[in-house]
Write a protein that binds this ligand. Structure first.
Ligand code: TXA
Ligand code: MG
Length: 324
């Protein structure tokens, strides 16, 4: 068991974190979406350590985080669509899956030996400062044990990974709260995961985007049905029930019990996304070992698509070995 250092994102904390990364260590850091578990994307020992700390299946490729477009173009081939989207949404919660440039030193464990790479520039000052201080690309999945709810606060990371990673940079709560949208651009544009940038915003710039179908050859292997799971069972699209912890959305209708927790009392999808993972954790805590959770219907447009995706994974039947 190593000691996990809590670090403040000041000059000395960032220098310490960058040194750990150069030594092949792992540092959890805030992004605008969720906290990432970062390691040197060019060091296979570091990348293997990420899989190890998360208990994540090896076949699952990781997102490469860079600080600028020039660094991104070192590792991935951009076409006109990719340039348009990068210009519009980077830094920001959009991950592009692009053809990988061969022989540029990325660990084959990052791409799981695919000939494509998932890459993004995060919109968080601490993430950008860390990548710059380190001076290279960081491989970073969400900083949670595999199969658990993604962390949107430093204390969530500590709860799941303390003692298994070198340090946690505390940047406060994440503003977006759901992971980045993943768009496949190695062929026709394909939505691999709904997330922090709405599909409608992408289609406005590059035209129609295909929706990823389960079983498609271009698959995001992390998209297993059960993921982001709280411990208590979760039922979707329902109202509050007497013996369940309820996740509400929008104002409670007259005469109906108030929601135990509300993702957004005003019915704002951006606010609901930012609250989602923390609320799932809270609901789990309130429900206790024998309890259950219910969730109100969420409109399926804009960020609602990402919220519904995460909720349906949280509600899916669990694999018995918890390895999803
Ligand atoms: O917001 C986010 O995206 C967060 C923060 C930390 O940046 N990261 C994140 O990473 O959610 P992770 O590892 O939990 O999810 C990465 C997803 C997985 O579903 C993986 O299968 C997919 O990206 N992916 C990575 N490389 C891919 C590739 N070459 N082709 C298709 N999917 C890929
Ligand atoms: Mg994840």
């Amino acid at each position: 068991m190593t000691l996990t250092e809590p670090l403040l994102p000041d000059a000395s904390g960032l220098a310490r974190a960058a040194q750990m990364l150069r030594d092949g260590g792992l540092v959890a850091f805030p992004t605008e979406t969720v906290y990432g578990l970062g390691g040197d994307a060019q060091n296979s020992r570091a990348v293997a350590g990420i899989y190890e700390a998360k208990g994540r299946p090896r076949f699952n490729p990781l997102i490469v985080h860079v600080s600028d477009l020039a660094m991104a173009e070192t590792f991935a081939v951009f076409d006109a669509r990719a340039r348009t989207l990068a210009q519009a949404f980077w830094p920001g919660p959009l991950t592009l899956v692009l053809p990988l440039r061969e022989g540029v030193g990325l660990s084959p464990l990052v791409t799981a030996e695919l000939d494509s790479v998932a890459i993004r520039i995060p919109a968080h000052p601490v993430a950008l400062a860390l990548i710059r201080a380190f001076g290279g690309p960081l491989a970073a999945p969400s900083a949670n044990p595999s199969g658990k709810v993604s962390p949107t606060r430093a204390e969530h990371v500590a709860q799941g990974l303390s003692g298994r990673i070198g340090a946690i940079l505390d940047g406060g709560p994440c503003a977006v709260g759901v992971e980045s949208t993943i768009l496949g651009l190695t062929g026709p544009a394909t939505l691999l995961r709904p997330g922090g940038i709405a599909l409608e915003q992408i289609e406005a710039l590059i035209g129609p985007v295909a929706l990823h179908q389960a079983g498609d050859p271009l698959t995001a292997p992390g998209q297993l049905a059960s993921h982001y799971a709280p411990a208590a069972p979760l039922r979707l699209n329902c109202g509050p029930e007497p013996d369940a912890v309820h996740l509400g959305f929008g104002p409670s209708p007259e005469g109906i019990a108030r929601a135990t927790l509300n993702l957004s009392p005003s019915g704002d999808l951006t606010e609901a996304a930012a609250n989602l993972f923390h609320s799932l954790r809270e609901a789990d805590r309130l429900a206790g070992p024998q309890g259950r959770i219910t969730a109100a219907p969420i409109p399926d447009h804009g960020l609602g698509r990402a919220i519904n995706d995460r909720l349906s994974r949280a509600a899916a039947p669990r694999p018995s070995d918890g390895s999803a």
